[in-house]
Design a protein around this ligand. Structure first.
Ligand SMILES: *Cc1c(COP(=O)(O)O)cnc(C)c1O
Length: 224
């Protein structure tokens, strides 16, 4: 097992430094420890070091880990299929990856049945890569309008993923675009930045960064 406690604390320190360096309050950037594909012992180590936010991309895995640690805050960060929604509604603090009206409607329905209001982010595909999920910036306003009208879904912000292998300036362009959108629509939360680009994301206004590899080591199975 890697030295998860040390990795977590070092990453947290870097997140705070990056925020302070651009004149932001370090307390306004939440570090989400992305524990997908990693065993529950890894979660325990990070939690003992003080981590409270954890990210998963497979609903089944999120539910199993959430059952072990229900007091931690669980985030669904990966593509979410409609038929998996019922497993996680009410069990995760935030769904980062809403990218269609049918998905949002399903979350509303399941949240209603569970008697909860589910916080969500809309995933935006800034770069237009076809392989990536997320709505285009043009489609955002329409989807946001529909979601705002739903009783049991609360859209708190936006999420994006930058293109793997981009330069820091390319990442800043993508993250800057998402920041403009969040401001334009009066939203608050900005989930952007992973192990290789969280510093630029924080410079551009990220309120949540999703970091896996730097904390838990490389993943050797499962999709990234
Ligand atoms: C896996 C994943 C991450 C974490 O990536 P690292 O490069 O390991 O930090 C962040 N966001 C999403 C959406 C992911 O799927």
């Amino acid at each position: 097992m890697p030295d998860i406690k040390r990795n977590y604390l070092e990453t947290l320190e870097k997140v705070r430094e990056a925020a302070a360096k651009c004149g932001r309050d370090p307390g306004e950037v939440r570090l989400i420890a992305v524990s997908k594909t990693k065993p529950i012992e890894y979660v325990r180590e990070a939690a003992e070091a003080g981590a409270v936010d954890f990210g998963e991309n497979r609903p089944q895995e999120l539910v199993l880990k959430q059952a072990e640690y229900p007091d931690l805050r669980w985030h669904q960060i990966g593509t979410l299929q409609r038929n998996k929604v019922r497993h996680i509604v009410g069990k995760c603090a935030l769904i980062h990856s809403v990218d269609s009206l049918p998905l949002a409607l399903e979350i509303d329905k399941r949240a209603k049945a569970a008697g909860v209001v589910q916080d969500v982010l809309i995933q935006v595909n800034i770069t237009g890569e076809e392989t990536k999920s997320g709505v285009s910036p043009d489609e955002l306003e329409g989807l946001l309008c529909e979601i705002k009208a739903m009783e049991n879904v609360n859209p708190t912000g936006l999420m994006t993923i930058s293109v793997a292998g981009s330069t820091p300036d390319e990442n800043r362009a993508v993250f800057g675009r998402l920041k403009e959108l969040v401001d334009r629509f009066g939203l608050k939360e900005l989930s952007m930045g992973m192990t290789h680009d969280y510093v630029e994301a924080i410079e551009c206004g990220a309120t949540m960064v999703r970091v896996g590899t730097a904390i838990f080591g490389a993943r050797d199975y499962g999709p990234k």
